[in-house]
Design a protein around this ligand. Sequence first.
Ligand SMILES: NC(=O)C1=CN([C@@H]2O[C@H](COP(=O)(O)OP(=O)(O)OC[C@H]3O[C@@H](n4cnc5c(N)ncnc54)[C@H](O)[C@@H]3O)[C@@H](O)[C@H]2O)C=CC1
Ligand SMILES: O=C(O)C(=O)COP(=O)(O)O
Length: 605
Amino acid sequence: MATSASQTLRTTSFLKTPSLSLSSSSSSRQSLSSAFSVALRPSRRFSKPLVVIVKASGSLDAKPTVLVAEKLGEAGLKLLKEFANVDCSYNLSPEELCTKISLCDAIIVRSGTKVSREVFESSGGRLKVVGRAGVGIDNVDLAAATEHGCLVVNAPTANTVAAAEHGIALLAAMARNVAQADASVKAGKWQRNKYVGVSLVGKTLAVMGFGKVGSEVARRAKGLGMHVISHDPYAPADRARAIGVELVSFDQAITTADFISLHMPLTPTTSKILNDDTFAKMKKGVRIVNVARGGVIDEDALVRALDAGIVAQAALDVFTKEPPPADNKLVLHENVTATPHLGASTMEAQEGVAIEIAEAVVGALRGELAATAVNAPMVPAEVLSELKPYVILAEKLGRLAVQLVAGGSGVKTVKVTYASARAPDDLDTRLLRAMITKGIIEPISSVFVNLVNADFTAKQRGLRISEERIVLDGSPESPLDFIQVQIANVESKFASAISESGEIKVEGRVKDGIPHLTRVGSFEVDVSLEGSIILCRQVDQPGMIGTVGSILGEENVNVSFMSVGRIAPRKQAVMAIGVDDQPSKQALKKIGEVSAIEEFVFLKL
Ligand SMILES: NC(=O)C1=CN([C@@H]2O[C@H](COP(=O)(O)OP(=O)(O)OC[C@H]3O[C@@H](n4cnc5c(N)ncnc54)[C@H](O)[C@@H]3O)[C@@H](O)[C@H]2O)C=CC1
Ligand SMILES: O=C(O)C(=O)COP(=O)(O)O
């Protein structure tokens, strides 16, 4: 490893998080340019937007088409129409959606449309962005989206208050029998004794899920004089303390509460989290509000608990199946107040959500800012801007390294080394890893790789990419000193690319903003990574540059860069020649015939 004497060499292996999944179709490859576009999202750690990469639009001149599959606020539609052809088609059947989707670059949905695996499969690789105009993405098959390299963005903030207000509305309406009493009055009755309610003040409310909505519900319930506790395994205790809420265990929450309000996402862990067993532990006469997702309650168990008087009342905005069938026992239950998934449905929230999702989708399609990405790793925007040339370097090193592999070797093990004076935590390499993966996989397959699908694609192909960090002394101003890509357990078509330790090794640096190849195997070279490259190993002797240069000149191939790295004077040397155009077979044959040249290879960048 080349390090100057002043550099201390500390090698840090760090965690690779292959959190993504994917397989991509060859048609997507054909229809898309190899350019990446960039979308940004906010993060917890960095308040600035974060970056994800999505596929660029296939046809650069044509406007993208956005399918709006559910009603969206006017302001959002207006924004979309300024940028894209907008097809508002509501109430599509699954079959109609699958037919339409192959003509769309993006789709915007709310909770009423299932974006299933079939939808992604039917898109033929054209669908690049799914916009969820709201929070819950349980109606989108995230794994399938990722596998198809499709970015999923949502609008996580604009409907928070609306959902919290609806939770409070249901809480109060339930406690005072508002819906039942209203129906009774409208039926010509006057049943003052039947609809005596219960008070909220002084009662214990357990907020299950202390996220955006849960914390707003908690804040409002405090204002109503309730004692609020919360269960959320991932919420920071200080945030809860700040509004006077104690975080407690699940059992403590459900056993001590007079009211339970659900505000967690529907996930495999939260599915039917309220069930026969948990109802059995609750205080007799507990009251339950659900504005999260129907699936977090075992609905049959809730009917039993209501009938047994364990649960006195429930107020439900959401159901496992929406709309619920006409004979749904919960909807028909006297002690249940039901609304048709209205949590986000205020004028204000819908305008906000529409703008939030339109900006996210347009941003993602444009390759600029998308508000939120759900299925992609994140890199801070400020890091992205300084990493830009390294991103190009990373892809080109991957591309070079894989082209050096001799046919039939099978690429399985790749080691990437990043040398930097930055502390490991200050250098996010996921983007670089994705680009190296892209560089390695694309020349040898028909798969289109992007930041959404890179890790999955690598995993699916059995490609193991390990990463290592060399922490250098010196100024951390520049994010990276060099990137090295090694492919192990393979033969090379250019033997000199094999390092002392037996791997194909290429190393590069960024010089004046331009990526350079600076090492091949054990040879130091210096050639800018633009155009293509010819690598020759020869006996170090005068006139070689001239000989090869004139062969290329005769063939009208423009040489952009030449550099020679040698082991020792008059011994072996590797010459790296940057060329603007692909030399003809004839020119390459002539180079091969130069007697001092022992081997050579042409590499396309
Ligand atoms: N009815 C409606 O129209 C609306 C429903 N929602 C739903 O409300 C729910 C919450 O939304 P936000 O607060 O915006 O999401 P959020 O992501 O801000 O909050 C969810 C919270 O649930 C917590 N959580 C995850 N697993 C948990 C578990 N096993 N037990 C307890 N807590 C757990 C998370 O740590 C997080 O703090 C979602 O299901 C969302 O889809 C949101 C808006 C409108
Ligand atoms: O944002 C959410 O999670 C919601 O449940 C709102 O759903 P909607 O957009 O009103 O269909």
